[in-house]
Ligand binder design. Sequence first.
Ligand code: RIB
Ligand code: CA
Length: 315
Amino acid sequence: MKKIPILIDCDPGHDDAIALVLAAACPELDIRCVTTTAGNQTLEKTTYNARRILTLIGRTDIPVAKGRETPLLAKPMQAASVHGDSGLDGPPLPEPGQELSPLSSVDLMAKTIRECGEPVTLVATGPLTNVAALFLAHPELKERITRISLMGGGLAHGNWTPAAEFNILVDPEAAEIVYTSGVPIVMAGLDVTEKALLYAEDFARIRAVGNPVAQTVADWLDFFYVFHKNKGYRGATVHDPVAVTALVRPEMLTMQPVHVDIETCGDYCRGATIADWFHTAGRPENVTAITGIDREAFVDLIVEAVGRYGKEARA
Ligand code: RIB
Ligand code: CA
């Protein structure tokens, strides 16, 4: 099977962690590197978490580099209320089994793209600071990127403010650079990720797979659901794995092209992702927006993915 070479930029984060577990289990994908951004927690914490997740799943071969400490211009913000003080509260995890790359995220991404014999796909599941920094530092590499499959935004509403979704709101200037870069974007916004709900019975299905990775994913979901339950959700909105699903199971998604702008100003709408559904400005579509998902098939995909991990001892 011809594999798709991917680079993952993330801010783990429980749903980022499940996205990494899913991506590493998909035979269609070849993870060339992982880079970390501040977002759900500080850069130190998201980087430590990324290294521990890759150690848990036996992928210490994948190079990890940390990104920028802060957004391009905005003041840093975290989501400890969702992901806890560590950024990945819940089950114990192994200490990192790999050294952190000495390169910055931008340098590791650039090196990986240059060394890949074919165009790569970027998967971004956190704020877009590192992706924007890559495009600013190495605009010539944009032509070596097939597309960016990202979790971010919401064409109907936000989740961190009424207008803005967290990943975009953390660094709207970075998002504007990415959305105007000319690199095609597959956007898993809240429009679809709030339909990517996993319920308690789905957590139980995952846990019943029985290997240490499955048990850890179920424990992550138990913790991640607490925030959602308190908000009145019946399940956990597992956002980030949808950006991976778009690469391996597009048939389970509903998508449509649209032009999307990023609002970087305003007291109430900074960080909003604005869809021009009626082509009012006549600009080309820069985004394939995902608006629907076969939820049951999504759950089956995650169950199938965790089933691919061995029985070796958990942390
Ligand atoms: O708004 C949801 C997004 O913000 C997800 O990527 C989650 O991990 C947080 O980064
Ligand atoms: Ca994330």
